[in-house]
Each structure stands twice: as C-alpha cells, then as structure tokens.
Design a protein around this ligand. Sequence first.
Ligand SMILES: [Zn+2]
Length: 260
Amino acid sequence: MDRHTMDELMGAPAETPDTLIRHMIHAARFIAEAGLLTPSGHANMTARLPGDPETLYLIGKRFDDSLREDDVAVINLRGGVRQGAVEANVAEVLGMHTAVYQRLTDVNEVNVVLHTHSPHTTAFAVAGRPMEVAIEALALLGVTRPVPVTRAYAPRGGEDAVGQILEAIGEDSPDTPDTPGTPAVLLANHGLLLWGRHVAHAVYTLLCLEENAQMVLASQALGGPRVIDPEQTRRALARAEAFRRAGDLTGSPSASASRP
Ligand SMILES: [Zn+2]
C-alpha cells in the first residue's frame, strides 16, 4: 500500500461527513506511518463540521492501515453515542475531547481534537515539565508560550483530569487574535491533547509539537535549547501574513517589485 502523506489533507477543509471521515482516516494512517505514536498505536481523534457543531466524528481504534470508514463512530457534544460503537477504553477519555470543544467554543475555532502518546512530547508530560517553544515551525503556529502540563496524574478522562486540562487551557488564554494561544496540553504521566481548526491543522500541529520535543531533548546534550522570544514570534507571524497576502511569486517583474 502507498505511504500516506499530508498532501491529500492540504486542500480545502472537509464540508461533508464523507469527506471529513476520509480525512480523519487518512490522517490517522499518516500519523502512524510518520512515527508520531508509541508502538501501541494508541491514539484517538474527534472532528466536526463547522456547520454542525453538535456532532462529533470519532476514531477510537488503533491508528493503522486497518482503519475503515465503519470504524468512525458518531457522538454528540456530551459524549452520547449516536452511531457505531465506542470501546470502553475510549469511552473513558471522551470527556477530555468534549471539554475542549465546550471550553474553547467562544475563543478559537476548534473542529478537531487529537490525543496521542507521541514519545518525545510525552517525555515532557512524564517529567511534569511545560515544553518551551524552540523551533520556528511551532512558533509560526502562533505558539508564544510553553505548552502547559497538567498539575498531577489523575485517572484518564475523569473529572479531576478534565478539570486540570481546563485549568491548563485557562492559564493560556489568548493575548490577541494574532497569537491564538497554545493549541495543546500535556497530560501528566499520560500523553498529549491538542486541537485545531481542521484535520490538516491538527496533524500539522502534532508534527510540530513532536519535532519541537525531539529537538529540545536532543539539544540537552549541547547545553539545552535557546527558546524563541515571543516578540520575535509576533514579528515572524506578521511577516508570514504579509507574504501570504501578497500571494505566490510569479515571473512578472511588477510582482517582484511589490513584495513586502
Ligand atoms: Zn492516552
């Protein structure tokens, strides 16, 4: 079977349930193939269409090539199952997904929540240490402050664990529309919970978080990372936005004269 890439996810975000489910399955396979999971393949993902915020689509099975469209269950924002089956160990953690949608509804445009045990990122969660922003790719997602970690281990998905997730998100309320806050929380002694505007955004965020974690850990052998100054991040975001507005480069001399 062909290797899965990000390319198929990079077009327009899904607008129908069928496309959303296809994107979710593709993303889950890509995440597994890209080495973003522990060997257990343990992960779960929920996603929704912006026009139907009460309906969540869920992949609760191991992320691998065996995933099929039938494996995607449909639940509501309170965790009630509308269609398909939700295994007990996934039902156990649904509360941490639904809490993120409910908490961030008024703040960020959240249409995907993803939970993994990505090994380098989880090392920070195990150490109980917030993860500083040390690579540009993560900074350019608008992350200006360390990714927070929940206070202490608590049973997964339980009231205490979810309360701690909300607490950690609360500490990171957005400063401005240009810096939309940190799209993730490290779950003490457990793993990672992150969210995004659409499937590709969430997968790319996972890639950046795991790469950042890997590089921070590797840099410890050289004295540790130098973190990125939030002010420089704001300048970088403004510059990237100016280039985005100006559009792609073309061969026309007038186009090159108007670069920001
Ligand atoms: Zn987990």
